[in-house]
Design a protein around this ligand. Structure first.
Ligand code: NAD
Length: 501
């Protein structure tokens, strides 16, 4: 590339290389519109080279002792800690979220790296002694080969770290396709992974859009694909990569509801809801985008509006900012358009966050906290994932009515209940058909000793992206049944039945 704007590199065979493509996109600071870098849409030949390099590296990496693999991730977690502020600054510049939230993004990924460092305790088979006379059966969890990951814009540190550390720690090699909107922090994390000792070819990165993603789905050498992003693209990736014979997991879009019962701790609950609805400008797959107020809790709308009004909107770099801009001008247009449709379809706009004045950042993609009440299930603002700082307030006479509403929604990523009643919380936990449930916890994202367990329309594939489930995802179980004959064994005869004796 010429000029002063840096180009984002590909990572192939341990080298950060300039793409030869003619197709480039700008990486833009969403608070200022400054172009930070240009990202290539890799050519088909570059994707092939990345996959070939991963295939070559797999030959030796799969035989690398488990302790040696684990120690790389021990070093890696230390490097990430040492570079936390630098990583957060890169992330905020290209993605927009506040610096403390950017550190949270890195930190939630770091927790998965720590988990990968414990792979020696996770990638364990099973053994049954004497399943027949003198016969033992045991399992090996063997790596699959070359795996690929495709990540969204909203967690450019955490979600790549959901993927390649566990894939590599289990003995696979990897090709990552980060979001083209904010690839820079992901690339810095890849540099640190190499510095920690990930060998050349074990981790590769290609950038691009639909063509590159389709090439990864189709590539005959790739054995598994992990995708995080929208439901539309995830469904396409799941179908296309599955048809090519791959193991696939797709974590996708959401519409997360909280139920507030009238016995809930009012102040704590409203604080939690406002933080979870408007934090990261609502650009979290686990953001609370619908709150269902039950019975007398319906009188709390003015208090909720007051909480939302108290949040400070500014560039993520500004001290005290609670939420930053949306990632792009296109996202700003989409969210503003949905707010307009909400008004047109008859919802009550309790708080209008459109066109906020943000001193010093008049070009930023800002939408301030926005609240609709009187939302009905058929409205566009309820049907669609808004992915902005917009909260839909609905009402229900009873908890069971609220549960029925949530279960009728196709999505199943996350939900929460606010109550002081253990019995009500337990009833909710049992009856709600959502994969991740919070009880007085607004964003119940599991820590890495568990797995991310979104369900229904929010997920395709059985196994989650980290925790014990991902060890299953990135390995093939081989079952060995063995018998060793004593030198002086006598008396066996030909046995034509299926039974082991
Ligand atoms: P997206 O689906 O637009 O993009 C995700 C990835 O797919 C990117 O790498 C992108 O380059 C690629 N892509 C985009 N269009 C494509 C196409 N037509 N064909 C093939 N590939 C394509 O998602 P996004 O806007 O980056 O991220 C936001 C979405 O991700 C939201 O829906 C959010 O709920 C979801 N998300 C889900 C989870 C989860 O764990 N369930 C976590 C984070 C984000």
């Amino acid at each position: 590339m010429t000029g002063s704007i840096p180009s984002v590199k590909l990572l192939i065979g341990g080298e950060f290389v300039e793409s030869t493509t003619q197709d480039w996109r700008d990486v833009v600071n969403p608070a200022t519109q400054e172009v930070l870098a240009r990202v290539p849409f890799a050519t088909a030949a570059e994707v092939d080279r990345a996959v070939a390099s991963a295939a070559e590296a797999f030959k030796t990496w799969r035989k690398t002792p488990i302790g040696a693999r684990a120690r790389i991730f021990l070093r890696y977690q230390q490097l990430i800690r040492e570079h936390m502020k630098e990583l957060a600054a890169i992330l905020t510049a290209e993605q927009g979220k506040t610096l403390p939230d950017a550190e949270g993004d890195v930190f939630r990924g770091l927790e998965v790296v720590e988990h990968a460092a414990g792979i020696g305790n996770l990638q364990l088979g099973e053994l049954a002694n004497n399943v027949a006379s003198g016969v033992d059966t045991y399992t090996l969890l063997q790596p699959l080969g070359v795996c690929a990951g495709i990540t969204p814009f909203n967690f450019p540190a955490m979600i790549p770290l959901w993927m390649f550390p566990m894939a590599i720690a289990t003995g696979n090699t990897f090709v990552l396709k980060p979001s083209e909107q904010d690839p820079m922090v992901t690339m810095r994390l890849c540099e640190l992974a190499l510095e920690a000792g990930v060998p050349p070819g074990v981790l590769n990165v290609v950038h691009g859009g639909p063509d590159v993603v389709n090439a990864l789905c189709d590539h005959p050498v790739i054995k598994a694909v992990s995708f995080v992003g929208s439901t539309r693209v995830g469904t396409h990736v799941y179908n296309r990569a599955s048809a090519a014979g791959k193991r696939v997991q797709c974590m996708m879009g959401a519409k997360n509801h909280a139920i507030v019962l009238p016995d809930a701790h009012k102040e704590q609950s409203l604080n939690a809801i406002a933080g979870a609805a408007f934090g990261a400008a609502g650009q979290r797959c686990m953001a609370l985008s619908v709150v269902v107020l039950v019975g007398e809790a319906q009188q709390w709308i003015p208090d909720l509006v007051a909480k939302a009004k108290s949040l400070k909107i500014s560039a993520g770099t500004e001290p005290g900012a609670d939420l930053g801009p949306l990632v792009s001008c296109a996202a700003l247009d989409r969210v503003s358009g949905l707010i307009e449709r909400g008004v047109a379809e008859g919802a009550t706009l309790e708080l209008d966050g459109r066109n906020p004045q943000v001193a010093g950042f008049d070009k930023g993609n800002f939408v301030a906290p926005t609240i609709f009440s009187g939302v009905k299930a058929e409205m566009s603002i309820y049907q669609e994932e808004i992915f902005g700082p917009v909260l839909c307030v609905m009402s229900a006479a009873t908890m069971d009515e609220a549960i029925a509403l949530i279960n009728a929604n196709p999505n199943g990523n996350g939900t929460a209940i606010f109550t002081r009643s253990g019995a009500a919380a337990r009833h909710f936990q049992e009856e709600i058909d959502i994969g991740q449930v919070g009880i007085n916890v607004p964003i119940p994202v599991p820590v890495p000793m568990f797995s991310f367990t979104g369900s229904r329309a929010s997920k395709l594939g059985d196994l989650g992206p980290y925790g014990k489930q991902v060890v299953q995802f990135y390995t093939q179980t081989k079952t060995v049944t063995e018998r060793w004959f004593d030198e002086d064994a006598v008396g066996s005869t030909v046995n034509t039945t299926i039974n082991l004796k």
